[in-house]
Design a protein around this ligand. Structure first.
Ligand code: ADP
Length: 378
């Protein structure tokens, strides 16, 4: 009985009301017994004086006893009615409070057991500020459940994607090793190069994944300071110039004069620019052009990397910044790409308070990747 009381909110609500009723009844009864007689006698004496002198009437001594009995009976009825009201109110409150709480408890247990799609019911078509506290709690509970479901979906997808990305190079390395063991393949520079390429791809994938998890978790410190725009662009150009020459793609730079410096972590933003210009080179054939532009709009400096390369069909544009997303898997893979670079770039730019976007007039019509950074006030 005691443990049922401990576990039941409904019983506790009922007990709280019973305590109030019992206290009320005891106080009223004591008052009737202790105070009422003297007050009653005082009033009767006054009345006796008045009536006795007026009509020569005398008071009945049993009047006092009758009054007490009447008060006790009235108290008894009142207590009975209060208990019935307490039961009705307890049932009502239990329905309003305990049932939604129990629903949330069941839902949280199912979520803990891995059923992330579980939600609690909320009265439809009501705005948040029109809901009572419990309904608002249920709403927050559902939002938390949705977030958990999203995170779990991402985790599952990530494991699937990573497994998929690892499978191709591993299969190639294993197949080559089997060929060598069985004597189907003869060892030679080609085979060695193949194994080297695939191991290199694996290593790059692991490094990129490590970097991605670091930026996604925000586990890095941005060392932001004013950096001249020209300095950022020049160091990227210096690092990629030779590759542009080798491929026969021209690299142009167009920086508007009097641009302010940007508040940036030079290494991190250098990494973003290198990724965008590297991509532009990879997806542009010989004879094409890549242009890096920088301009200022209000308090932001805008960097654009424009190429005359393969372009991107409109349906792919919204997904480019999603990890492992590649428009043409085999082409990207051949170029050593794993679809992580732009995801990291987006995280880094957003961590600086900027934004990044991709535009393209369509396949074959070139692309432009633009990102913004806050201008330094110095
Ligand atoms: P990857 O390492 O595969 O290049 P990214 O995240 O850098 O990964 O890019 C994702 C995808 O976006 C690429 O696989 C490619 O399909 C597309 N992409 C990126 N930059 C360009 C570009 N300049 N022109 C055409 N497609 C591009």
């Amino acid at each position: 009985m005691l443990s049922a009381f401990h576990r039941s909110l409904g019983l506790k609500i009922f007990a709280a009301q019973m305590v109030i009723i019992v206290v009320g009844v005891v106080v009223l009864a004591s008052a009737t017994e202790l105070v009422a007689p003297s007050v009653f006698e005082h009033h009767m004496a006054e009345m006796e004086d008045m009536m006795g002198t007026m009509m020569g009437m005398s008071t009945d001594t049993s009047l006092d006893t009758n009054f007490r009995v009447a008060v006790r009976e009235a108290l008894g009825f009142a207590a009975g009615a209060a208990v019935v009201a307490a039961i009705v109110v307890s049932i009502f409150v239990t329905r309003q409070v305990v049932i939604p709480v129990q629903a949330m408890m069941r839902a949280s247990q199912r979520i803990a057991a891995g059923h992330y799609e579980e939600r609690v019911e909320i009265p439809g078509d009501v705005k948040r500020n029109e809901l009572d506290e419990l309904a608002q709690l249920a709403l927050s509970f559902n939002q938390m459940a949705a977030q958990l479901q999203k995170t779990e979906d991402m985790r599952r997808r990530l494991i699937g994607d990573v497994a998929h990305e690892l499978r191709t190079p591993l299969t190639t390395i294993k197949g080559t090793a089997e060929g060598l063991i069985d004597g189907v393949l003869s060892s030679g520079p080609e085979v060695f190069h193949l194994i080297y390429r695939e191991s290199d791809r694996l290593q790059r994938l692991v490094t990129d994944l490590q970097e991605l998890s670091r930026v996604e978790a925000g586990a890095y410190v941005l060392e932001r300071q004013p950096v001249p725009v020209a300095q950022l662009v020049e160091s990227t150009v210096d690092r990629l110039n030779r590759q542009f020459e080798e491929k026969g793609v021209s690299l142009n730079v167009s920086i508007l004069p009097d641009l302010p410096s940007v508040m940036a972590d030079e290494d991190r933003i250098g990494q973003v620019l290198l990724n965008l210009v590297g991509n532009a080179l990879q997806y542009t054939s010989a004879g094409g052009t890549v242009t890096i532009r920088a301009s200022k709009t209000r308090q932001l400096v805008s960097f654009a990397v424009q190429d005359t390369g393969t372009g991107i069909a409109a349906e792919h544009l919204p997904h480019l910044f999603t990890r492992f997303y590649r428009v043409d898997k085999s082409r990207s893979r051949a170029g050593g790409g794993n679809g992580i670079g732009l995801t990291i770039a987006r995280h880094l730019v957003e961590a600086h308070g900027g934004s990044i976007r991709a535009e393209s007039a369509g396949a074959g019509l070139g692309s432009t990747f633009t990102f913004t950074l806050p201008a330094s006030s110095e």
